[in-house]
Design a protein around this ligand. Structure first.
Ligand SMILES: Cc1ncc(COP(=O)(O)O)c(C=O)c1O
Length: 387
């Protein structure tokens, strides 16, 4: 049975295999003994091998040992879990925050605890899978609105008057690198008395003067009822969080099943998140460099003929359409020691397979120039841009 299903996956060009790294998740990585220029990492600030973070992990292991030994509500809560939650709340400008073991678990746990079958959830068509899974698990009626389209959201909301409801959107979309139109969405939520949840997994540490994310980018701190984010991307650690009013956080602590029924993150992981948060707050130059890299590479890719949209974010998508073309492009780049993954369904809708470039603050101009030249060569070989 599984063989047959695997054959179908392979026939559709959608088979995936794991690639094993042998070095930290940095601008350059080692794989099968060879060096690759990494352009597919979510470690946007390039902090995974930062000495301050590795030292924080070592110190925490010395002090607390390795595993946390239990779920947060039994024996697994440490003073540094509390400290991280207080710091995240201050960072996001909310009353309180709750740390989950992953961003996926934060979305699934929070949404399914907040909404039930009597609710309606308005969800952007391109929201992350963990948001979608949380919506499904809640049992609420799910109304999908057109991607980043406040007019469509408004029209869908008005078709469900008087319902208890939630609007949920990614802040920075991980697939196209575009930013949700939060000012309009906040206004719609307020006017219709709906709660608003923003998944800021990719914007936390990246957007806004202090790295506070999409709400800070738009000057809307305080306008988001449920602020979700991760430590797993710019913060070079692991885990997710939800920040909001004290009552919301107390409620989630008592009801979010992915929080209650899972062993807490290890003290070492929490210590790394704390150290990374400190760097995010105190080193805005990292963000500036990252976004400057991004503007440079986007402009150059457009100049050689790639259709690359203009978003002020570190995610650059080159849409290629068919999955086999995306895989071929990625493999040819790998032969040139450039690591850029092909992104295919179910991560993206059918017909929109692509290369997704994720930049890091620690890439150099030479790295970017080399990447550009290889992407251009392969683009010409495959006829994606004119020869
Ligand atoms: C938008 C978005 N939300 C949530 C997640 C899940 O976060 P994590 O990888 O920490 O589970 C991801 C990452 O894959 C994501 O891209």
């Amino acid at each position: 049975m599984f063989d047959e299903k695997l054959q179908q996956i392979k026939a559709g060009g959608l088979y995936r295999h794991l690639k094993y790294l042998q070095s930290p998740q940095s601008a350059h990585v080692k794989m099968a003994g060879e060096d690759f220029l990494m352009l597919s990492s979510n470690s946007y600030l390039g902090l995974c091998a930062d000495d301050r973070l590795t030292q924080a992990a070592c110190d925490a292991i010395e002090q607390y040992g390795t595993g946390s030994g239990g779920s947060r509500l039994t024996t697994g809560s440490y003073d540094i879990h509390k400290k991280l939650e207080e710091e995240i709340a201050a960072f996001k400008g909310t009353e309180a925050a709750l740390v989950f073991n992953t961003g996926y678990m934060a979305n699934v746990g929070a949404i399914s605890a907040i909404a039930d079958k009597n609710w309606v959830i308005f969800s952007d068509r391109l929201n992350h899978a963990s948001v979608i899974d949380g919506c499904r698990l809640s049992g609420a009626e799910i109304v999908v609105y057109a991607h980043c389209d406040p007019a469509d959201l408004e029209s869908k909301v008005t078709q469900h008057p008087g319902r208890q409801g939630l609007i949920v959107t990614d802040g920075l979309f991980s697939v196209d690198g575009d930013i949700a139109p939060l000012p309009q969405i906040v206004e719609i939520a307020r006017r219709h008395g709906l709660l608003l949840m923003v998944d800021d997994a990719h914007a936390t540490g990246v957007l806004g003067d202090n790295g506070g994310g999409t709400a800070e980018y738009f000057g809307l701190q305080g306008g988001i009822d449920i602020s979700m984010g991760t430590f797993s991307k710019a913060l070079a650690s692991e885990g997710g969080f939800v920040a909001g009013k004290r009552a919301l956080i107390d409620y989630l602590t008592n009801t979010a099943r992915s929080f209650i029924f899972s062993t807490a993150l290890s003290p070492a992981t929490i210590a790394v998140s704390l150290a990374a948060l400190d760097i995010v707050r105190t080193e805005p130059a990292l963000r500036k460099t990252l976004l400057a890299h991004c503007a440079w590479l986007r402009a150059k890719l457009r100049a050689v003929g790639f259709a690359v949209p203009d978003h002020p974010t570190p995610i650059i998508s080159i849409v290629l359409g068919r999955p086999d073309v995306a895989v071929d492009f990625s493999e040819r780049l790998m032969e040139r020691r450039i690591f850029i993954s092909a992104i295919r369904p179910p991560t993206v809708p059918a017909g929109t397979s692509r290369l997704r470039i994720n930049l890091m603050a620690t890439h150099t101009k030479d790295d970017l120039t080399q990447a550009l030249s290889c992407i251009e060569d392969v683009g010409r070989e495959l006829g994606v841009i004119k020869a």
